[in-house]
Design a protein around this ligand. Sequence first.
Ligand SMILES: Nc1ncnc2c1ncn2[C@@H]1O[C@H](COP(=O)(O)OP(=O)(O)O)[C@@H](O)[C@H]1O
Ligand SMILES: [Mg+2]
Length: 357
Amino acid sequence: MQNKLNVAVVFGGKSGEHEVSLMSATNVINAMDKTKYNIHTIGITKQGKWMLYQGPVEKLQDGSWEEEASKLDNRELVDLLLSPMLDEQPNNKVDVIFPVLHGPNGEDGTIQGFFEMLDIPYVGCGVIGSSLGMDKVISKQLFVDAGLNVANYELSYKYEISTKLQDVVKRVEDKFEYPVFVKPVNMGSSVGITKAHNKAELEKGLQEAAKYDRKVLVEEFINGREIECAVLGNNFPEASGAGEIIPSKEFYDYEAKYFDDGKSTLVIPAKLTEEEEKSIRAAAVKAFKALDCCGMSRVDFFLEKTTGKVYINEINTIPGFTKISMYPKLWDTAGLSYSKLIDRLIELAIERHDETR
Ligand SMILES: Nc1ncnc2c1ncn2[C@@H]1O[C@H](COP(=O)(O)OP(=O)(O)O)[C@@H](O)[C@H]1O
Ligand SMILES: [Mg+2]
């Protein structure tokens, strides 16, 4: 029998999406084929401490893994990850890293840069795709270059919000009608996002978003259906069919995404005309290429209700893998089971590493 691959699943992280990562990682670990992989789990606490964890996967979600992990010797973790860099003979080496981290530090190219330094293949986008995908403004600019439609937006900075809030409000009001969406530029999972229906809500929303990022984006409201498409591949990325999200609340906020016990509905496949489906799948691949993504990404769209126009909303370079997440469900519908999807992602990581070496 072939040797098992050593795969390190990295989860948690300092970002506002720590809890989401715990849910995603639980599902990824459960779906991994244990006959093919030795799984090493590496947790990052909210304070940013790295720990090797060897206990049951059930302890991830409620955070109790931390206590158990803190009993282990960190030397083992150093051995596992850093030995090639230190030119030491490892006792145990990692063949592939699967970062199941969402948001800043995990999905934005920083940790991907660390993995590059370690010279270990890792699942998902590289440094550039990750960092471009994390920045909602720079990615929009590249989407426009690629011929895709985006919602109109206005960019502002934290220092402006704290020192001259009324100037920012005026810029927004000159440009848009209410409601508008206010978002931190570099976040995910709807953290820090609000829908502002009037000036008072806009002011509050700008201040709220500025807690999470130095850049804040205000967007025109698109009255659309929320359609998502999964992309998989390196040089020849393929798009899955499309899925639709029907949020349980006024918009798909953090609560609606993860904590409303399935009141938000996923419709897979989305009920679209052949034409709509085709253009969304093509746009998803275009967006993936525009940001030089590889491995995986989920691309999110609005299909405007009155006009049928397709707007790209954002790209997620480490899509959710929670039990209600769209990315693995879309591939499952396309005939690629959760565990086969993970096999493919790991293969793609190794292929890319071999190619760039
Ligand atoms: N311009 C917009 N028009 C309408 N709804 C929006 C707009 N921007 C965001 N939303 C709503 O807010 C949700 C979260 O926004 P999104 O930009 O996807 O942030 P995140 O990266 O946190 O997922 C979307 O899924 C959608 O429900
Ligand atoms: Mg989103």
